[in-house]
Design a protein around this ligand. Structure first.
Ligand SMILES: NC(=O)c1ccc[n+]([C@@H]2O[C@H](COP(=O)([O-])OP(=O)(O)OC[C@H]3O[C@@H](n4cnc5c(N)ncnc54)[C@H](OP(=O)(O)O)[C@@H]3O)[C@@H](O)[C@H]2O)c1
Length: 242
């Protein structure tokens, strides 16, 4: 796919990686529907950067815990931009939950945003993407492959994103490709202290944390590739091969 002139929806585009992906796609030539929920100011910054890159930006607010809102998001993006070729599902939460403290509600909080919403955003996009021979890229996580004892719901949600990506890739072929990027440590949670950050850097084979641009490049690669589907591209500095 040639990204110049394509129309993309990016969820969670008001901050951090989602914001970097939205702006990165604009710099590659995409018009962008900038989804956000709480980060209105951040989403406005994203839109400003998209426009500074010479592309159209449309802001879309939706609470993705609402499955109907998730299912309707692609229609809103297509209406705002006039077409839709690309969906990037980036919105997610990562909550530390020692196993004994997980409740039905906290379980649902993670699974309903990180996995269920990804499915329903994608489902709502199907007619647009089939018509356009479009592409979906989901943000998974190395946590989908590596069991982290105090993040069990998060790990399960991201393992679900891995399988969702593969299953949707089969369901939507040959019209739509569906792939995922599984980042390792790129933008760590703000609450993590300097010692934790240093430990993660030291124990990463490539001896650094990732930069948002590393993830943006991977997303672009999967969008520009027409013979890649059902693939999970790990961008983790080698953590999974330790
Ligand atoms: N950062 C990393 O190093 C890293 C590593 C591995 C995987 N990942 C994955 O990459 C993606 C982006 O990561 P990130 O660190 O940039 O995420 P983040 O900073 O935690 O941002 C979370 C995003 O989810 C959105 N969100 C939260 N609740 C929502 C709701 N109820 N409805 C709609 N949207 C909601 C937020 O939007 P608002 O702020 O507008 O509410 C925000 O844009 C995630 O899927 C994450 O799991 C990131």
């Amino acid at each position: 796919m040639n990204l110049a002139g394509a129309a993309a929806l990016v969820t969670g585009a008001g901050r951090r990686l989602g914001q970097a992906i939205a702006v990165g796609l604009a710099r590659a030539g995409c018009d962008v529907a900038v989804h956000y929920h709480g980060s209105k100011t951040g989403a406005e910054e994203t839109a400003r950067d998209v426009r500074a890159a010479g592309r159209r930006a449309e802001l879309l607010d939706a609470d993705l815990y609402d499955a109907e809102a998730a299912r309707g998001l692609a229609d809103r993006a297509a209406k705002a931009l006039g077409r839709l070729e690309i969906v990037v599902n980036s919105a997610a939460i990562m909550v530390t939950q020692p196993v004994e403290t997980v409740t039905p509600d906290s379980w649902d909080d993670t699974l309903d945003l990180n996995l269920r919403a990804v499915f329903f955003v994608a489902q709502g996009a199907i007619p647009h993407l089939r018509r356009a021979k479009g592409k979906i890229v989901n943000l998974a996580d190395v946590a989908g492959f590596e069991p982290w004892p105090t993040y069990v719901p998060h790990c399960v949600s991201k393992a679900g994103v891995v399988m969702l990506t593969k299953a949707l890739a089969r369901a939507l072929a040959p019209d739509v490709t569906v792939n995922a990027v599984a980042p390792g440590p790129v933008l760590l949670p703000d609450a993590w202290d300097a010692a934790t950050r240093e430990h993660i850097r030291e124990t990463t084979p490539l001896q650094r944390l990732g930069a948002p641009g590393d993830v943006v490049s991977a997303v672009r690669f999967l969008l520009e590739s027409d013979f890649v589907t059902g693939t999970i591209l790990v961008v983790d500095g080698g953590r999974l091969i330790r």
